[in-house]
Design a protein. Structure first.
Lengths: 168, 408
């Protein structure tokens, strides 16, 4: 049985049943979701099951969908199996009021800073993270800037004194 | 012997046995704006905490308000030692997302530019490792040849460091004959210089003793830390995006993927050096392929995609349709298809990924940059713990930490 998007999907359904859902293939990469409580179980299964072998965490980032009520924040994991050369996209979503998600940093050292970045920009609270504090923004910042509720400044505004910046 | 102290501490204070040392945010050893707060015991590093974010420019937020073509100049400023690779990586992401087919000649021209950028990136990194081990000559010598690369960029796109080179669908203009002459000059002169540069360091006793066995990491740990690029290949893993997921017709080229064994500073140096030879060979092959195009094919430098590729200026002034497209593109009034894509290229430091989500609007809904530097810099503490402070400095430069790529 060769490793491809279909066999991965079957294997995951065999193990987790209807807990893994919304399978789709976008530009060749299989994507799926699960409830956020399962994220470590799924990641560990993908890592440790010899047939799957997704041992490389390529990328971890957050996305904010303000219209998805109760699932406003999404954490997206991009995994890679080097020997079979297959990528996989896995995501969990969480409510913006209760943003706890288990950390993957015990499984992947690389998740450490990527989770800090996600916390910094989206305010996802990674439970069990060894050092969850802001990484790119200043520590004193009291909001999470990549959330959609903070739009960029209106470029046509005229009420600001721009003389100091040479735009006045 | 009785303990003697020069300083009388206040009563009840606990004497600290280690020294806290700040390397950065602006320090000659960091070659960029980032900070290491090190605890040193004598000259031994006990622990370190890396602090990044000093040149954070909120690229991901900016990108949410810009049409695709306006995001290219943002990518310039990630790894500014090899901006053309970032630019091309972004164009390729957009083209894959929009499912555009590109002519082969465009792919080969891009390969030339990307491999030149890889050479200039590795050249900086390796010569800086030389500087940090006490050999300035190599650095000054090879800068002359980086200049030749920059002159080629200048001829193709008009700028040198932050290039904004190419467009979605191809190049903004065809390569001129001068560009090809300059490329030939570079290809003639550079291999000899690279050999000379290698001779200065590769078997140099001082250099070997400074770099061998310092800053090493095992392949398993490197993978767990998310290493990619030359730093991963130095540990013995032959992962290269150009081979694993070819883009821009890299499958048409014949090249080796050099690997190391120990993942230490010396291996990283050797891998980067070997990659430069491979890059030269790829450029030669690509140039050969370009010369093989005949007739109209030999003049192609962009795909026919009026929705994304700007029409010629004379057409804009004389033809209605071209004028409409010109304004629609410039004002960012093209609606993107819905969907998401993750696309990666082999940057100077490893897998440079773009994760683009579109909700059908005119700008990305979300754009995330996978910046290799940011990910592997986490391992810095593990690489240098217990070693000498001076080795930590060499490790820092041999990892090729570029502040622009750390921060985004």
């Amino acid at each position: 049985m060769a490793l491809n998007n279909e066999t991965i999907q079957n294997k995951l359904i065999e193990k987790f049943g209807d807990q893994v859902l919304n399978f789709s293939t976008a530009s060749g990469i299989l994507s799926f979701e699960s409830p956020k409580e399962l994220n470590l179980k799924v990641l560990q299964y993908l890592y440790e099951e010899p047939f799957l072998g997704f041992t490389f965490l390529t990328d971890l980032c957050g996305v904010n969908y303000p219209d998805h009520k109760g699932a406003e924040l999404v954490v997206v994991y991009h995994l890679h199996n080097f020997s079979e050369n297959i990528r996989l996209r896995y995501s969990v979503s969480t409510s913006i009021d209760e943003t706890a998600v288990f950390t993957a940093s015990k499984l992947f050292e690389s998740a450490n800073w990527m989770e800090r970045e996600t916390y910094d920009f989206f305010g996802v609270n990674f439970i069990g993270h060894p050092n969850l504090k802001r990484i790119l923004n200043v520590d004193e910042m009291d909001y999470f800037p990549l959330r959609k509720q903070y739009p960029l400044e209106d470029q046509t505004r005229i009420d600001k004194d721009d003389e100091m910046f040479g735009r006045g | 012997m009785e303990h003697q102290s020069h300083i009388t501490l206040p009563k009840g204070s606990i004497e600290k046995t280690t020294t806290t040392l700040n390397i950065g945010p602006t320090h000659p050893a960091t070659h960029g704006v980032f900070q290491n707060i090190m605890e040193v015991d004598g000259e031994r590093v006990v622990s370190t905490e890396q602090t990044v974010g000093y040149i954070h420019r909120a690229f991901e937020k900016l990108a949410e308000r810009r049409p695709l073509y306006q995001i290219t100049p943002i990518t310039d400023r990630l790894n500014y030692c090899s901006s053309p690779i970032n630019n091309m990586g972004w164009h390729i992401t957009c083209e894959r997302f929009l499912q555009l087919e590109l002519p082969k000649r465009v792919d080969y021209l891009r390969v030339i530019i990307m491999e030149l950028a890889r050479i200039s990136d590795h050249l900086i990194c390796n010569s800086i490792v030389g500087v940090d081990t006490g050999a300035y000559t190599g650095f000054l010598y090879v800068m002359q040849y980086r200049e030749l690369i920059y002159e080629i960029y200048e001829e193709v796109c008009g700028s040198r460091l932050t290039t904004n080179i190419g467009r979605i669908g191809g190049f903004e203009r065809n390569f001129t004959n001068t560009a090809f002459t300059k490329l030939e000059k570079f290809l003639n002169e550079y291999p000899k210089v690279l050999r000379e540069f290698e001779n200065l360091f590769a078997r140099n006793r001082i250099f070997m003793e400074r770099t061998q066995g310092t800053g090493g990491i095992s392949a398993a740990r490197a993978l767990n830390y998310g290493f990619t690029g030359p730093n991963l290949r130095a540990t013995g893993v032959d992962y290269d995006v150009r081979v694993q997921q070819p883009y821009s017709s890299y499958q048409d080229f014949d090249f080796k993927v050099p690997v190391g064994t120990t993942g230490d500073n010396y291996d990283r140096f050797l891998v980067r050096n070997a990659e430069m030879y491979e890059s030269i060979s790829i450029i030669k092959q690509a140039y050969q392929k370009i010369q093989n195009f005949k007739g109209a094919e030999a003049e192609v430098y962009h795909a026919d995609v009026p929705e994304y590729y700007l029409p010629k200026k004379e057409d804009v002034y004389t033809k209605m349709e071209a004028l409409i497209w010109h304004f629609k593109i410039i004002m960012g009034e093209i609606d993107l298809p819905k969907g998401q894509i993750y696309s990666a290229v082999e940057g100077g430091n490893g897998e440079l990924g773009f994760y683009l989500i579109s909700d059908g609007g005119r700008t990305p809904f979300r754009l995330h940059f996978r910046r290799p530097c940011f990910i592997y810099y986490q391992a810095f503490e593990e690489l240098i713990k217990g070693g000498m402070l001076s080795d930590a400095v060499v490790t820092m430069s041999s990892l090729n930490l570029i502040a622009g790529e750390l921060d985004a």
